[in-house]
Design a binder for this molecule. Structure first.
Ligand code: 5RP
Length: 229
């Protein structure tokens, strides 16, 4: 990853954690941008902030533990005040593609329980139309070949995600197909078609979920984009 993108990610994360207040229940995202937000929250906890959190992946959970951010089980959660997470692409309506880091299912469960969902990106992730980034689709391993064929019938090329010479496994022990659709003009309609396939657990479309997007530039500026009304 180039240094400019890293700077944009760090700066966006730094702005987003300004929304965190004492007493909040937080959702912690996954990926190299969310990493900076978790680091920042860890620093705030060190300075005396009192929060409780849930994580969207095993990786983010370990990081939160290392930083002494108090974690609670989902049995104690009804609604989260804020979740801060990254994204792979963000369109003009703040629809997202997520799941590049493989945590899409847990991320969507957490996002759906969140009152104020903040997405942090370096500005290169802002696009007019989604689709350059292949859509991650999490599928159950059982009969994955059939699920792959059904996905291909939607006019995409579904590539099994690999980790070295083994199939990549999500934290939920499922597979991921990265589906190259090309430019997607109606993400909501495509999301419905993908979700309708039996065997699909979740896709990486996050439609109408983000409340704000904080985009960071390499020069160190942040832009806050609100969900269109
Ligand atoms: C993980 C995700 C990430 O938020 C997304 O892939 C962006 O990652 P990064 O911040 O490393 O660019 O959805 O499943």
């Amino acid at each position: 990853m180039d240094n400019q993108a890293v700077n944009g990610k760090k700066i966006a994360a730094g702005k987003a954690i300004e929304y965190v207040r004492n007493g909040m229940t937080l959702g912690l995202g996954t990926g190299s941008t969310a990493y900076w937000a978790i680091q920042g929250i860890g620093e705030m906890v060190k300075q005396g902030l009192t929060v409780r959190a849930v994580a969207t992946s095993v990786q983010s959970e370990s990081l939160a533990r290392e930083l002494n951010i108090p974690l609670i089980p989902f049995s104690e959660v009804d609604r989260l005040d804020i979740t801060i997470d990254g994204a792979d692409e963000v369109d003009e309506k703040l629809n997202l593609i997520k799941g590049g880091g493989g945590a899409l299912l847990r991320e969507k469960i957490v996002a759906a329980a969140t009152r104020f969902y903040i997405i942090i990106v370096d500005e290169s992730k802002l696009v007019r139309h989604l689709g350059k980034f292949p859509l991650p689709v999490e599928v159950v391993p059982f009969a994955w070949e059939l699920t792959q064929r059904r996905l291909a019938e939607l006019d995409c090329i579904p590539h099994m995600r690999m980790a070295g010479d083994k199939r990549y496994l999500t934290d939920n022990h499922n597979y991921i197909f990265d589906c190259q659709f090309g430019q997607i003009l109606d993400p909501a309609a495509l999301h419905r078609k993908v979700s309708d396939i039996t065997g699909v657990m979740e896709d990486g479309f996050f439609i109408n979920m983000a409340d704000i997007v904080v985009a960071g530039s390499p020069a160190g500026e942040t832009r806050i984009i609100n969900k269109p009304s």
